[in-house]
Design a protein around this ligand. Sequence first.
Ligand SMILES: Cc1ncc(C[n+]2csc(CCOP(=O)(O)OP(=O)(O)O)c2C)c(N)n1
Ligand SMILES: [Mg+2]
Length: 365
Amino acid sequence: MTSNKIELAFTRYLSPDGRLLGPLPEWADDFNLLTRLYRQMVLTRLFDQKAVALQRTGRIGTYAPTLGQEAIGVAIGSLMQPQDVLIPYYRDTAVQLMRGVRMEEILLYWGGDERGSDYAEPAVAQDFPLCVPIATQALHACGVASAFKIRGEHRVAVTTCGDGATSKGDFLEALNVAGAWQLPVVFVINNNQWAISVPRRIQCGAPTLAQKAIGAGFHGEQVDGNDILAVYDRMGVAIERARQGKGPVLLECLSYRLGDHTTADDATRYRSAEEVKQAWQEEPIKRLQSFMAGQGVWDEGREQALIGECQALVQQSVDNFEAAGTQAPASVMDHVYAKWPAVLADQREDFLERVARREGGQGHE
Ligand SMILES: Cc1ncc(C[n+]2csc(CCOP(=O)(O)OP(=O)(O)O)c2C)c(N)n1
Ligand SMILES: [Mg+2]
C-alpha cells in the first residue's frame, strides 16, 4: 500500500499579535529567559540596521540582512553549548552574536577582512566561518558530527541554510549521510520564502522542506520561525536528541525575508509591496514584545532603556571596527592553503606587484 501524504508536526505558541494559542512549555515561565531572548533579537536588529548603513556609506562590502529572521538564530544560539559547533551560512548574524562572535568581527568579515573569521571568544573558536557557497556547509557539518561520533563526544553540530539551499545536491547528500550514520547533527532551514528572486513555491514540489528528512530516515518537523517560543522549544528538543545519540533532526523554520537578499539586491523588482506589508504583521520581535506586554513584564520604559543600551553596544563595535585598520592585501591568500602551492606562486607575485604599483600611485587596477 502506498501513500503520498506525509504528516509532520508544526509548532506555534503565539499568534502574530502575541496572543497565546495554547499551553506553554514549563521553561517559558522564566521571564528572565524571555527577556534575554527579546533583548538579543533587538540587539541583532539594531546591529543589522547599522551594518546596512555602513555598506551604504562604503565602509563595508555586501551585507546579508537578518531582518525578520532574528528569532531563529537567537533560539539556536541560546540552546547550543560552548562545546557544540556551529556551521553557519551567510544570513546568520543572530546566531553568531548569540554564540559570542563580536560585532566588530562580523563587520570585519563583511568588510573583506580575514580577521573577522578568527573569533576571539574561546567558546566560539571552533565555530566555522560563514559559508557563502550554497549548501556546502551541510556536508561540512556532517564531517564535524562524524568526528564527534567517532570520538564518543557528547557534542552537537548545528548547521543552517536557506530554503533555496535545500534544492542542492550537497544538502540532500548531507541528509543522506547524516541518516545513514545517525550523526549528532541538527539541520536548521531558515525558510524565508525567497532564494534571491525565486519564490519557495517554484523551488520544490514537496509541500514542506522538513519532509526531506523522512527520505533520509530521520526526524523532520516545522515550526513558526516568527515565534521564538516555538523555535526555542523545538530546537531544544532537537539538540538534546542529537546529543543523546538518537540521530539527526531537520527543523524547518517558516519565516520571511523582510529585507533585500543582500545590500546588492533590490527586492522591489520581483515581489509586491503588499506581500511585504503582510509579512510585517508576522514579524518575531513585535510578536514577543506584545506577548510580554500582555503578561505585564514589558513596558515602554524598559523598551527605551533596552534600545539605548543596545545602540551603545552597536556604536562601540563600529568604533572598534574602524580602529582595527586595514589588513595587508596578501592576507586574502593566507588561509586558502596551509602552504601556498608552487603552481600558484606566479599569481601571488603578480598580485603583490600590482598592489605595490597601486600603493605607489603608478597603476590604476
Ligand atoms: C553554489 C552557489 N550557487 C549560487 C550562489 C548564488 N546565490 C547566493 S544566495 C542564493 C540564494 C539562496 O537562497 P536561500 O537558500 O533561500 O537562502 P537565503 O539567502 O534566502 O537566506 C544564491 C543562488 C552561491 N552563493 N553558491
Ligand atoms: Mg531563502
